[in-house]
Design a binder for this molecule. Structure first.
Ligand SMILES: Cc1cc2nc3c(=O)[nH]c(=O)nc-3n(C[C@H](O)[C@H](O)[C@H](O)COP(=O)(O)OP(=O)(O)OC[C@H]3O[C@@H](n4cnc5c(N)ncnc54)[C@H](O)[C@@H]3O)c2cc1C
Length: 462
């Protein structure tokens, strides 16, 4: 394919000053507020049980078990709502808490919600069986047959456990992404199935403040979902009407896709962020894949750079100009404004160069880039990087060689990093690339005592 559109230094147009985003401050305030709100709302959810339980009513072990079952039920229902809220993709939430932090919370709470909901089920069955003096099997059966919405609650629990098991990394790596994704989407079904059970069977949600509090939580989460998953994407695409402008090869297995659209000058996106892209062709419209911007957005086009690793990325090579694109985003906090120091060190490997390349447009001239590759042929954007080095004085180091070569290995040791970047502790470090490169560099940075909050990762995985 003959490239008809390619980046030139002129594209870093004059209208766009570099280093637009000076260093910010560490946003403990926002996070602290989010954590406080989370624990406060959790405490209120459990308080509902407290208010509904007369003093001195827990006299037997069965009472205690049932009480513990009710408490875990409230806690499980609440954490499930928070889980869904965190994945609503609402831009205000990502901006407030940080996309990466949301992901970390979502993963941590994912295990917790499964354990708490299973504990709720177990404690309630054992508690009621003990109170009635029946066996566990007959108590389970009588619950299923006597209570409204109990069958759907059991189905929700089974689904939740399945989602939890599939989210375990070792399991997840073995299944296709799509299977994991669609089963993960079934969390909405869990919420729906659990809803009826909570309101019709939940002893603590029958009236008064508790009922209204719970309804408000559901409404809030539902509103955030509709906002983040429907309203914002529709608005973005109606406003910008994205289309493929061109597909340009960037080496053996990398391509850049230039995307045009209306009023791109008003697009509120930053270098280092990503969108989920849905290319509306016959074979690809049904799947949305995340790709980072590989140049800072400008008024004429957006650019993503894709490594061909599978079916979908392979198909993107044959995209024709004019194909319509539905994009969701921007997402992610791998941006220049998140840094705490003036200077930056960027570490990239493989397709990880995409967001790193874009960040260079937003960072000051004394930025240092370490680009790890096995051979010069793998150095995507070499011409651009050389041009940026010559024009702006950005320091670019190509660290070349096989995985076990002593030279490149040395570069990512504490000594090697200090030799290349003596003032590394006074810089923010942005890293994107293969897991091995990231973990080695992180270890070295830790040994060099670079504060964790100055280290920013874009792991290319959810
Ligand atoms: C936030 C983020 C930003 C990314 N930015 C870039 C980028 O700028 N350039 C680039 O080359 N790659 C990027 N990726 C990776 C890229 O999304 C996957 O390589 C691509 O989706 C693979 O699709 P496939 O069908 O060709 O490959 P497959 O063989 O189907 O998948 C290869 C691997 O990619 C992941 N994957 C597959 N489909 C998806 C999906 N829909 N969403 C998320 N992950 C998926 C899975 O972990 C899978 O194991 C990014 C990933 C994330 C999460």
């Amino acid at each position: 394919m003959e490239p008809t559109r390619a980046w030139t230094t002129a594209d870093r147009s004059d209208e766009r000053p570099t280093d637009r985003h000076g260093p910010g401050r560490y946003r403990t305030g926002d996070r602290l507020f989010f954590y406080t709100l989370f624990y406060f709302a959790l405490a209120v959810s459990i308080e509902v049980w407290w208010l509904n339980t007369p003093g001195g009513s827990l006299t037997t072990p069965a009472d205690a078990l049932i009480a513990a079952g009710r408490i875990t039920g409230m806690a499980g229902g609440f954490v499930l709502l928070v889980q869904v809220l965190m994945m609503s993709r609402a831009a205000w939430l990502e901006a407030w808490v940080g996309a990466h932090e949301l992901l970390i919370w979502h993963r941590a709470l994912g295990g917790a919600v499964v354990v708490v909901v299973l504990a709720h089920t177990g404690l309630i069955i054992v508690g009621y069986a003990a109170a009635a003096g029946t066996s566990l099997v007959s108590e389970t059966w009588s619950m299923l047959s006597a209570y409204r919405d109990m069958l759907s609650a059991f189905a929700a629990t089974g689904l939740l456990v399945a989602i939890g098991v599939l989210a375990i990394r070792a399991v997840r790596r073995r299944i296709r992404y799509e299977i994991w994704y669609y089963l993960h989407l079934a969390s909405y079904l869990v919420l729906l199935l659990g809803y009826g059970h909570q309101f019709s069977d939940g002893a603590d949600l029958q009236s008064g403040f508790a009922r209204w509090y719970w309804i408000s939580l559901y409404c809030f989460v539902l509103a955030a979902l509709v906002w983040g998953r429907v309203v914002e994407p529709l608005w973005l695409n109606l406003r910008h009407r994205f289309r493929v402008l061109d597909v340009v090869p960037e080496g053996a297995d990398m391509i850049s896709i230039y995307v045009g659209g209306r009023r791109l000058d008003r697009l509120d996106a930053q270098a280092g962020q990503y969108f989920r892209w849905r290319f509306l062709t016959r074979g690809a419209w049904w799947q949305a894949h995340p790709f980072s911007l590989s140049a800072a957005p400008n008024a004429a086009w957006l650019r993503i750079t894709v490594k061909v690793v599978g079916d979908h990325t392979g198909d993107l090579r044959t995209l024709a100009p004019g194909v319509r694109v539905f994009a969701e985003g921007p997402s992610g906090a791998f941006t220049a404004e998140r840094r705490l120091r003036h200077g930056a060190l960027l570490i990239a490997g493989g397709s990880g160069i995409a967001p790193i390349r874009a960040l260079l447009d937003d960072l000051p001239a004394d930025t240092v880039l370490l680009f790890r590759a096995r051979s010069p042929q793998e150095l995507t954007f070499r011409a651009e990087l050389d041009a940026l080095a010559a024009e702006r004085g950005i320091e670019v180091w190509y660290v070349l060689g096989a995985r076990d070569d002593p030279g490149p290995r040395h570069a990512f040791t504490p000594r090697g990093l200090r030799e290349l970047v003596p003032d590394v502790r006074r810089r923010d470090v942005y890293m994107c690339g293969p897991a091995g490169l990231i973990s080695t560099s992180r270890r070295a940075l830790r040994r060099l005592r670079v504060p964790g909050r100055q280290i920013h990762l874009d792991p290319f995985e959810f």
